[in-house]
Design a protein around this ligand. Structure first.
Ligand code: ADP
Ligand code: MG
Length: 265
């Protein structure tokens, strides 16, 4: 469910959707401490779609949790222009006893939004993720792809919690499609791009899949192996199919170098 955000660690930004400056994160202390991130600088413009790419364990989830305000950085600064980003994880983690519609409605209920308004917003959100027909079904009656659509609608709902109900200006997604089969993933990638365009939100999308990053993002940011920091970036908006394939090859090569240099160290 939606965790409580600790707003004290994230300062309001004015001209960026998200800005990280010299962000470090160490878990634990002394010899047993694990440094997950070591000096991350990243600036995401309003409305921009950035894919964060890196090997398993390089600190991608940690970075997203910091931006969401779920964890505090050990050092450095995080700014964000949206008070309530929409957050979506790899597992949908829906309430199994609630219908799809009730799962989407839950954050609105917790926010104390009136019943009639909740109903209207839930209908709009289910429509946005193309689930209008299945709001009455429970999670076990839905496919994995449909459950992730419900999770997306719920993430948007939890970010809508404030008064005017305007769509969120920041989507934070942590490998939301990695447990899905390839065909379902293709469909949901296209749907996500559609939702992103219709909300005008900035998106920070974490993945370890180079192809997914290049297909979805306007910019791909590669993190080094742990401790993570930004090693390289590529502008990947509006590539031709040939350039897209070429870029995937180049980034894959760079990712392999990053992983092997780490293994050798
Ligand atoms: N709460 C935690 N306590 C201790 N170590 C953690 C915690 N969360 C993450 N880590 C460690 O930080 C590193 C980065 O983890 P994570 O951000 O989950 O990587 P990724 O999402 O890129 O796979 C890993 O070595 C992981 O074991
Ligand atoms: Mg992760």
């Amino acid at each position: 469910m939606t965790a409580t955000l600790d707003e004290s660690t994230v300062r309001p930004a004015t001209d960026s959707a998200v800005r990280l400056s010299g962000v470090h994160k160490t878990f634990g202390q002394g010899e047993r401490g694990v440094t997950a991130l070591a000096g991350v600088d990243l600036d995401v413009a309003p409305g921009e779609f950035v894919c964060l790419l890196g090997a398993s364990g390089c600190g991608k989830t940690t970075l997203l949790n910091l931006v969401a305000g779920l964890e505090k950085p050990t050092a450095g600064e995080i700014e964000r222009n949206s008070s309530r980003p929409a957050v979506m994880f790899q597992e949908a983690a829906l309430m199994p006893w609630l219908t799809a519609a009730a799962n989407v409605e839950l954050p609105l209920r917790l926010a104390g939004i009136s019943r009639s308004e909740r109903k209207n917003r839930t209908i709009e959100l289910l429509d946005l993720v193309r689930l209008s027909g299945v709001g009455g079904k429970r999670p076990h009656e839905l496919s994995g792809g449909m459950r992730q659509r419900v999770a997306l609608a719920r993430a948007l709902a939890s970010a809508l919690h404030t008064s005017d109900g305007s769509l969120p200006s920041l989507l934070l997604m942590d490998e939301p499609f990695s447990a899905l089969d390839a065909i379902t993933r293709d469909v949901l990638q296209a749907e996500l791009v559609r939702v992103w365009r219709s909300t005008g939100a900035a998106a920070v999308f974490v993945t370890h899949d180079v192809r997914e990053a290049v297909r979805l993002g306007q910019r791909v940011v590669l993190l080094s192996s742990r401790p993570g920091r930004v090693v390289q970036e590529w502008q990947v908006a509006d590539l031709s199919p040939a350039d897209e394939a070429e870029t995937v090859t180049v980034i894959n090569q760079r990712l392999r170098e990053v992983i092997s240099s780490h293994a050798a160290a």
